[in-house]
Design a binder for this molecule. Structure first.
Ligand SMILES: [Zn+2]
Length: 72
């Protein structure tokens, strides 16, 4: 078990060494024949380069997707 105190920096779940840096990009989506782009939030590990979307990012992405579907 880890005894380290929780810090703001998140450790990469893939390599366990790198720190996750938040990034934001856009994602092409389509719904009901309507195409659009929604913001895509994720984090990139500065050691192994893994792209991960944790709870916070996943929630934001889901919200953006639902907003887009509502408009479509
Ligand atoms: Zn990593």
């Amino acid at each position: 078990m880890s005894q380290t105190t929780a810090s703001k920096q998140r450790v990469c779940p893939a390599c366990g060494e790198g720190r996750l840096e938040p990034r934001e990009s856009t994602q092409q989506v389509e719904h009901a024949g309507v195409e659009g782009t929604i913001p895509l939030r994720y984090a990139v590990c500065d050691v192994c380069g893994s792209e991960v979307a944790e709870a916070d990012e996943a929630r934001a992405n889901k919200r953006a997707m639902m907003a887009f579907r509502k408009d479509a």
